[in-house]
Design a protein around this ligand. Structure first.
Ligand code: ZN
Ligand code: ZN
Length: 332
């Protein structure tokens, strides 16, 4: 195993996402959701999200479906105000897998959505429409995340060597839609650890991958979301915080206290029954069955990330997974 390879990924600076959160506000939202099929329209989606205490949502239709979308610009903007933000983006079909490009639409990044429509979901390696897409998107300031990476299980070495991996900001470690098919497909924390252990520098995320917009389904809007620490509720501020790892991933469990110093990582959550800290290769460093824990950083762990498990099922009633929160890694 090549554990000490050159870091690959965008999350290289700063390496302490939770360093100073005291001046920031907390905003909940999910940023992998589709606007065809069960999409109820922008105003209804907004009302649904507000019921779940979401302040923002990222709408990310597949690139190959954008040519058929007939929503007018004014419909997007009518659903937004100072208390609710919609961030536009898309889900790119890429040889690595599906990649969320948050903040920009296909044509802005050079993705040929019409070509993507013609080739559908077949492999697109080598297609001219995708050359340079990740580089262009990263240059524009998009937030880029590899989605539902279960097919890379046991192939972490191969994944981090893929062309374009270095442009990724994040990777889904939970995908609600895939969890509806099987836990193996939906929970990919092991794939994430495999990448981190091999020099991957990217944040972990949970999303519903909302297709149905039905709260009784696995891909309902609340089955996976981010709790983001940001200065304001603006597209730029949310994108900036996501790119800097100032968020954690959740399936319904939320953190009450989070503090990172040079020597410790402290976390507390009233609804939590177990807190575990993991290091390189997913090695369990410490486990406590309490609602608070302080991990003393040794310095030789490679990285440390915390995973919290709650008492109750996740908000998503159909999910067998108990509500969880995954904190971002701290690299040492
Ligand atoms: Zn997908
Ligand atoms: Zn999707």
């Amino acid at each position: 195993m090549n554990e000490d390879s050159t870091p690959r990924g965008r999350a290289s600076d700063p390496l302490s996402p939770y360093g100073d959160l005291s001046t920031l506000n907390v905003y909940r939202g999910m940023w992998h959701a589709h606007i065809q099929g069960g999409f109820p329209g922008f105003m209804q989606a907004r009302e649904l999200c507000r019921r779940g205490n979401f302040s923002f949502v990222g709408l990310t239709e597949h690139d190959n479906r954008y040519p058929q979308i007939d929503y007018a610009e004014k419909e997007w903007y009518a659903a937004m105000d100072e208390e609710f933000l919609i961030i536009r983006g898309f889900e790119a079909t890429h040889p690595m897998g599906h990649i969320t490009c948050l903040g920009f639409l296909p044509e802005q990044t050079g993705v040929d959505a019409e070509a993507a429509r013609r080739i559908r979901f077949e492999k697109v390696a080598g297609d001219a429409g995708y050359d340079g897409f990740l580089k262009t998107a990263a240059g524009l300031g998009a937030f880029l995340a590899l989605n539902h990476p279960h097919r890379w299980r046991e192939r972490g070495d191969e994944l981090i060597r893929q062309p374009g991996f270095e442009y990724l900001d994040a990777m889904e470690l939970y995908n609600g839609n895939q969890a509806g098919k099987s836990r193996q497909q939906g929970v990919t924390v092991d794939v994430y650890d495999a990448c981190l252990s091999r020099g991957g520098r990217l944040w972990g995320a949970a999303n519903p991958d909302c297709h149905s917009w039905d709260v009784e389904q696995h891909d309902g809007p609340f089955n996976g979301y981010s709790v983001v620490f940001a200065e304001t509720l603006s597209r730029r501020a949310i994108l900036d915080s996501l790119k800097r790892g100032r968020f954690y991933a959740s399936t319904g469990l939320e953190v009450d206290e989070l503090a990172l110093t040079a020597t410790s990582l402290r976390v507390a959550a009233a609804q939590c029954r177990r807190i575990r800290f993991f290091g390189r290769a997913g090695q369990l460093l410490e486990s406590v069955t309490k609602d608070e824990a302080t991990y003393r950083l040794r310095g030789d762990e490679g990285y440390v990330r915390a995973e919290l498990v709650g008492h109750t099922p996740s908000q998503q009633s159909v999910s067998e997974l108990t509500a969880r929160a995954w904190l971002q890694p701290v690299w040492l």
